[in-house]
Design a protein around this ligand. Structure first.
Ligand SMILES: NC(=O)c1ccc[n+]([C@@H]2O[C@H](COP(=O)([O-])OP(=O)(O)OC[C@H]3O[C@@H](n4cnc5c(N)ncnc54)[C@H](OP(=O)(O)O)[C@@H]3O)[C@@H](O)[C@H]2O)c1
Length: 243
């Protein structure tokens, strides 16, 4: 609860959860105690046993009830693997959207080609794909190589970057990247985590970073990653050591 309030005080208003994280209920409890307006991202797990429209509605209703909210924005498919295939997964999600309980629909861990299939199918229903949540950090840059970042640009879809601190490994261990991050952090009077997050956000305006933090101190530090911009030279220096 103190971290939730500290997050909103600091200016963070988007919380990422999923039915499989078991954090919907505690997050719902926080929202009941602190009524300030926030955006909630939660995710549907498309297990092979969940194929019927009914199972999708039931899962969403479960998430809404645990969160104690009436809408979710956006609601994501947690991963693409389902006997239904991407197109039919999107048909099911479109049905859910029609019920008016989600403000936007997105995906997570989808490849670029799966994103194009998903976006095309949703278009048939008059719905735009809102987001793809994938792993992306200055250490883990697959999205740049595998076409996901480019697909987000082409489709105008938000890239929600999970593990944006590489699981907390953005700290000094003597690698050229850490030395470059530390040097910029020192010159800017920022921390290494702030420089890493700012670099991530500098890649594209569609990128939303969702750093995990269990304490208010890390949380405030991470919010301090925005409101300033790395120079082109600083970005180039980081590119050079990560290439
Ligand atoms: N869609 C998916 O499949 C998927 C998969 C994985 C994760 N996610 C989402 O992404 C979120 C973030 O991922 P993550 O938590 O695995 O990785 P992360 O955000 O890269 O790293 C979190 C770790 O970094 C530490 N940390 C936070 N701020 C820090 C700072 N300023 N300086 C140094 N260390 C710091 C945290 O420690 P403290 O806890 O001590 O603050 C925690 O150990 C998750 O909470 C989840 O919502 C989604």
């Amino acid at each position: 609860m103190p971290v939730f309030g500290a997050a909103i005080d600091a200016g963070a208003n988007l919380f990422d959860t999923a039915e499989v994280y078991r954090s919907e209920k505690p997050l719902g409890e926080c929202m009941r105690r602190d009524r300030r307006s926030v955006h909630i991202v939660t995710k549907f797990a498309p297990y092979p046993t969940r194929l019927s429209a009914r199972s999708f509605h039931k899962a969403l209703d479960g998430s809404l009830s645990r969160l104690g909210t009436e809408t979710i924005d956006p609601y994501l498919i947690h991963f693409p693997f389902s006997p239904l295939g991407v197109s039919r997964l999107m048909d099911r999600f479109a049905e859910i959207a029609r019920a008016g309980k989600v403000r936007a629909i997105g995906v997570s861990n989808f490849s670029a080609s799966q994103m194009f299939v998903a976006a095309k199918r949703l278009e048939r229903h008059g719905i735009a794909l809102a987001a793809n949540e994938v792993q992306y950090s200055i250490v883990h840059r697959d999205s740049e190589q595998n076409g996901v970042l480019e697909a987000c640009r082409k489709l105008d879809v938000a890239l929600i970057a999970y593990r944006p601190l590489s699981g907390g490994r953005n700290r000094q261990d003597g690698s050229p990247l850490d030395k470059a991050l530390a040097e910029i952090a020192r010159a800017r009077e920022k921390t290494i985590a702030q420089v890493g997050l700012n670099w991530l956000l500098s890649k594209d305006e569609r990128i939303v970073a969702i750093p995990g933090a269990t304490g208010a101190e890390h949380l405030r530090e991470n919010v301090g990653a925005v409101g300033w911009t790395l120079s082109n030279e600083e970005v180039a220096a980081l590119e050079q050591v990560t290439r």
